[in-house]
Design a binder for this molecule. Structure first.
Ligand SMILES: Nc1ncnc2c1ncn2[C@@H]1O[C@H](COP(=O)(O)OP(=O)(O)OP(=O)(O)O)[C@@H](O)[C@H]1O
Length: 295
């Protein structure tokens, strides 16, 4: 049977001075959208660079389409469209000139698709790329990435620096790509609300550690924000929470065991669905176990 994971990281470690990813494993499922979330400096770009072979792990393995980079780099790169935040384009070129260079690298390059996106994004073909605004540069990067019928689209914060209208357009384009069949999309973002409408799975990384990959439904089933009076808190009940925030009026806390919280607190507390931002916020605060946030 064909492997249903397009990306597999196995026990990957990578360290920089003062930062490390250790024993990081990850599966990205074929044909789905996986949103990659986490705070600033937790290792998202580093992970994406390892997926793209722009950085090599110190140990562990990375495979894409079931292939390793050591023996299959060309084949893997043919099948990926990559969009990233930093401009590594040849900035003195125009988009038309850049296209002529890039198209030679891709067997499945499609000029008509390229011009469709250029028109859709209203991009100038004959202006130097260095004169592009940040949004235009991301649109240009996206245009290049989408013009060679890639099976996997990897994007490092594609929506950062984009206005809300284009962000919505981008999500629509991604929806269309998905309808065409087997395309897999993996992208990092800080704008977690973008994920509600498009992501099937969420991968959450914190301080170089893979906290979870879950589908949105599973997150809703397992995680909850619990709100109640301070009298409900004691050592035992607090153990249930990832982190607790106390105010003069009561507490608010995140649990990853919603059912247990319902059993323990019943009608005495409010039990609500958390946002992805809530999960990120409390996980960061709870990195020291059972931390109390007195605000
Ligand atoms: N080439 C490098 N040399 C040294 N340190 C690096 C290098 N690349 C990344 N780092 C460090 O690794 C850590 C993780 O960085 P990374 O860019 O992966 O985070 P991120 O999750 O993408 O953050 P952000 O959301 O802010 O872009 C940071 O502390 C960063 O300074």
């Amino acid at each position: 049977m064909e492997n249903q994971n397009v990306i597999e990281l196995r026990h990957v470690s990578k360290s920089f001075d003062g930062f490390f990813i250790e024993d990081f494993s990850l599966d990205v499922k074929k044909g789905f959208v996986t949103g990659f979330i986490g705070g600033n400096g937790v290792g998202k770009s580093t992970t994406i660079k390892m997926i793209m072979n722009l950085l090599q792990p110190d140990s562990g393995s990375v495979s894409v389409f079931g292939l390793d980079y050591e023996n299959h780099e060309k084949e893997i790169k043919q099948r990926i469209g990559f969009v990233f935040d930093e401009s590594v384009f040849y900035e003195n070129l125009t988009l038309a000139e850049l296209k002529e260079i890039v198209k030679r690298a891709y067997v499945k390059w499609d000029d008509s698709l390229f011009y469709d996106y250029v028109n859709k994004f209203n991009l100038p073909l004959n202006k130097k790329i260095k004169t592009f605004s940040k949004g235009m540069a991301i649109k240009a990067s996206l245009t290049i990435a989408l013009s060679h019928h890639a099976e996997l689209i990897v994007m490092d914060e594609p929506t950062s620096g984009l206005d809300p209208i284009f962000r919505r357009e981008l999500l629509e384009i991604l929806h269309q790509l998905l309808q065409d069949g087997d395309t897999t999309i993996f992208f990092s973002t800080h704008i977690t609300t973008d994920l509600d409408s498009i992501a099937d799975y969420i991968t959450f990384i914190h301080d170089g550690e893979h906290i979870f990959t879950k589908d949105l439904y599973q997150i809703e089933e397992e995680y909850a924000i619990v709100k109640g009076g301070l009298e409900l808190l004691d050592q035992d009940t607090e153990q249930e929470f990832i982190a607790t925030r106390k105010t003069a009026y009561g507490f608010e806390a995140l649990t990853s065991n919603k059912r247990k919280a319902e059993e323990v607190f019943g009608e005495m507390a409010l039990i609500e669905a958390p946002t992805l931002e809530d999960i990120m916020y409390y996980t960061k605060k709870g990195a020291v176990p059972h931390v109390q946030l007195n605000t």
